[in-house]
Design a binder for this molecule. Structure first.
Ligand code: OGA
Ligand code: NI
Length: 364
């Protein structure tokens, strides 16, 4: 085999072999940890220049926590808080969001139990097949990134077409189905608030199908023997319209705000909400799809469950900056784009590097 296209240096060939054997183990990062490794395999190590450039200075900025309790009465205060957060850092936490604590706890437990199934059972779900609705894997962009992340994921497409519960393993079936239902209700509420925050009628974002589909990603970050050399998740912004994230008590999620990494601390019973790339695109940059990452940790496993609101592929829907928001002073920044083209570009690019949004800017 030629090394051209794999980086062109002699080590690239070994790297490809290592990636393949990791992939073919179908055991993910957890499999490596279970095998008793004490040093990080080379494929996970961040390049030295990236490690050297990592700014670890702590910052004083605190992530807003928005109480949704008042939402059925006078919404104006809640809308104002959502607008402020969505237009600046692009990420906030919500409490009194209506999803019962028991459901949150059962969802985290179910996610953990799936990843802790015996390897022979879990391995059945391991696939890189784009058409599969339920897939377990590690590093969707494994063969495209400079270093692999210390993370495994169970990915489930829950809508617009409802997932058949049978497709989920019994240990997580009921919990994921219930969480999916609950999170859809919260998603509708948030799209209502975000519509109002944009000065549109409350139904606007739902009427253009922003809440119509969602996927649930159950992430598992095993304890890491050398956390300073890798990351749980490389810097990225999320592809969909909106993400609602449930994280456990371990911590490690950070957002990039004014060139500094800010911790998003676990808050009991809260959910993290962040704007995705598609919402930044249709709001013509009014709402911000923030870059974030997850640091690796000696402690663990850390479990998180992300819900991406987006339409399942292939979606023929075209999105561009919302006409009602445009004016002579606010001309469109992005071209009209098929959702499936955006998704294809995003997933092909992989995490890290420049925002996928750059590719969809109008040339001026
Ligand atoms: C994601 C993500 C963060 C986390 O799924 O896109 O950023 O804490 N997850 O797992
Ligand atoms: Ni993300």
């Amino acid at each position: 085999m030629s090394v051209a296209g794999t980086g062109g240096v002699s080590t690239s060939y070994n790297r490809l072999q290592q990636l393949k054997s990791f992939d073919e183990s179908k055991a993910g990062v957890k499999g490596l940890v279970d095998s008793g490794i004490t040093k990080l395999p080379q494929i996970f190590i961040r390049p030295p220049e990236e490690l050297a450039a990592d700014n670890q200075t702590p910052s004083q900025f605190t992530i807003p926590v928005i109480d949704l309790k008042g939402v059925s009465g006078d919404r104006s205060k809640v809308v104002a808080a959502v607008r402020e957060a969505a237009e600046t850092v692009g990420l906030f936490q919500v409490v009194n969001h209506g999803v019962p604590l028991k459901v949150l706890e059962e969802t985290l437990t179910a996610a953990r139990e799936f990843h802790e199934l015996p390897q022979e059972v879990k391995g059945e779900y391991y696939t890189r097949d784009k058409m599969k609705k339920v897939k377990y894997g590690s590093n969707f962009d494994l063969y495209r990134t400079r270093y692999a992340n210390w993370r495994d994921t169970l990915f489930c497409v829950m809508g617009p077409d409802p997932l058949h519960p049978q497709e989920l393993h019994l240990v997580c079936r009921d919990a994921i189905m219930e969480y999916s239902w609950q999170i859809k209700v919260l998603g509708s509420l948030l799209f209502g608030l975000l519509s109002e925050a944009l000065g549109l009628n409350p139904e606007y974002l739902e009427s253009i199908d922003c809440a119509k589909g969602h996927s649930i990603l159950c992430h598992y970050y095993p304890p890491c023997p050398q956390p300073e050399l890798t990351l749980g998740t490389t810097k990225h912004s999320d592809p969909g319209f909106l993400t609602i994230l449930l994280q456990d008590h371990i911590g490690g999620l950070q957002v990039l705000w004014q060139n500094q990494w800010i911790n998003v601390p676990p808050v009991h019973a809260a959910l993290v909400v962040n704007i995705g790339d598609m919402l930044q695109l249709i709001s013509n940059d009014k709402l911000k799809s923030v870059e974030h990452r997850v640091v690796a940790n000696h402690r663990g496993p850390r479990v998180s469950v992300a819900c991406f609101f987006t339409l399942d592929n292939p979606s023929q829907r075209i999105y561009g900056p919302i006409k009602e928001l445009l004016s002579q002073d606010n001309p469109p920044l992005y071209r009209d784009t098929l959702l499936q083209d955006f998704n294809a570009y995003y997933y092909n690019k992989g995490l890290g590097g420049n925002s996928a949004l750059d590719h969809f800017l109008l040339q001026r």
